[in-house]
Design a protein around this ligand. Structure first.
Ligand code: SF4
Length: 344
């Protein structure tokens, strides 16, 4: 009897070592991982990263704001909300040609994913959406993975985008369900989840993550990761953003996020969602190469490059090229199948 229990325990331990992709994490398990000593956390995340992905490859994405400012929503971190006095001027939707030119510049600089963002509450049928559909077709024809972030979507709109060649849709949960109402009051967490469901039903990859540094607790951060990691399908990309506190928004004056907080979020995301692209997103502008290296070691394998992230500063193409050379990283090819080394 004793021997069979021992065998079961050994088998369980072996299974844990060659970790399967799991969607059944408990909140307590996530909490334990998140709070483990940071160096142990990095080592564990690095091992998971190595097991599932090509660790020397980093996905290079470019984000372009195709419709800036004047947004009716009240996201407390966002300089594009019309109600905050941030100096961001509302602009109309960009023209098709201009977007294609910018996509080509991004491609020539080494980007493989091109993301177009519009400061809309939700997508409305009409001329503007028709133009976005054309943009998706045009960028797709350049051989780039096309991503959009346009606010809430219906299932039909998601299907139209999919038919046009959309590869991924970004829709962040931002924080925990419990903290959400302190950050945004003009929509609910369940609105957010509904759009994610519509995107998934249309067969589009989900890009979904959050922002830290908005006054949330550790439990809120853990809850966000728990929510993402227990969805029936993990997001294909998980952006981890550090708040860029912009003057004029309710978040102005918030303390800068420490590097260890970013590392903790990235490493936990990597362990929970081994096949996801974990994106080191906003806040990278203020990080040294050494600090970014810690994030890559912790399992980050995607960045935004180009001098702006919608409206806030970001390292430009040449700074990132230099960093890639120093660290021996290379850009991940577009449309690359997951390199699930041992779990294909
Ligand atoms: S984050 Fe998006 S939805 Fe929220 S205010 Fe900014 S542009 Fe609008």
């Amino acid at each position: 009897m004793k021997l069979s229990i021992t065998i079961i325990i050994i088998v369980q331990e072996i299974e844990k070592m060659g970790q399967k992709v799991r969607n059944d994490w408990t909140f307590e398990e996530v909490k334990e991982i998140y709070h483990s000593p940071v160096l142990e956390l990095i080592v564990r995340a690095a091992n998971v990263h190595k097991e599932y992905q090509a660790t020397a490859e980093v996905q290079v994405c470019t984000l372009l704001s195709v419709k800036t400012g004047g947004c009716s929503e009240d996201c407390a971190y966002c300089p594009q909300a019309a109600r905050y006095n941030t100096g961001v001027e509302a602009q109309k939707l960009m023209g098709y040609e201009e977007v294609i030119d910018k996509a080509l510049i991004a491609k020539n600089a080494g980007s493989t994913r091109f993301c177009m963002g519009a400061a809309w509450r939700n997508v409305r049928e009409g001329r503007d959406f028709d133009r976005v559909i054309d943009m998706v077709k045009g960028v797709n024809a350049l051989g780039l993975e096309v991503c959009c972030t346009l606010g809430m979507l219906t299932e039909d709109q998601a299907l139209r985008l999919k038919d046009a060649g959309l590869y991924a849709y970004n829709h962040n949960l931002d924080t925990s369900d419990e903290h959400y109402g302190d950050i945004i009051t003009t929509r609910t967490y369940s609105d957010r989840l509904e759009t994610l469901d519509n995107v998934e039903k249309a067969g589009i990859s989900v890009c979904c993550g959050g922002i830290i540094g908005m006054g949330e607790s550790d439990d809120d951060r853990i809850k966000l990761l728990f929510t993402l990691a227990t969805r029936p399908q993990h997001p294909e990309s998980v952006p981890v953003n550090a708040l860029v506190a912009v003057e004029g928004t309710p978040m102005a004056g918030k303390q800068k996020v420490k590097i260890w907080e970013m590392v903790r979020m990235i490493a936990t995301a990597r362990i929970l969602m081994p096949k996801a692209m974990v994106r080191l997103s906003a806040g990278r502008h203020d990080m040294s190469i050494e600090q970014q290296s810690l994030c890559f070691l912790a399992g980050a394998n995607s960045i935004f490059t180009g001098e702006k992230l919608l409206t806030t500063p970001n390292p430009d193409f040449s700074a990132d090229k230099e960093m890639f050379e120093v660290l021996g990283l290379k850009p991940r090819e577009s449309f690359k199948e997951e390199t699930a080394m041992q779990h294909a």
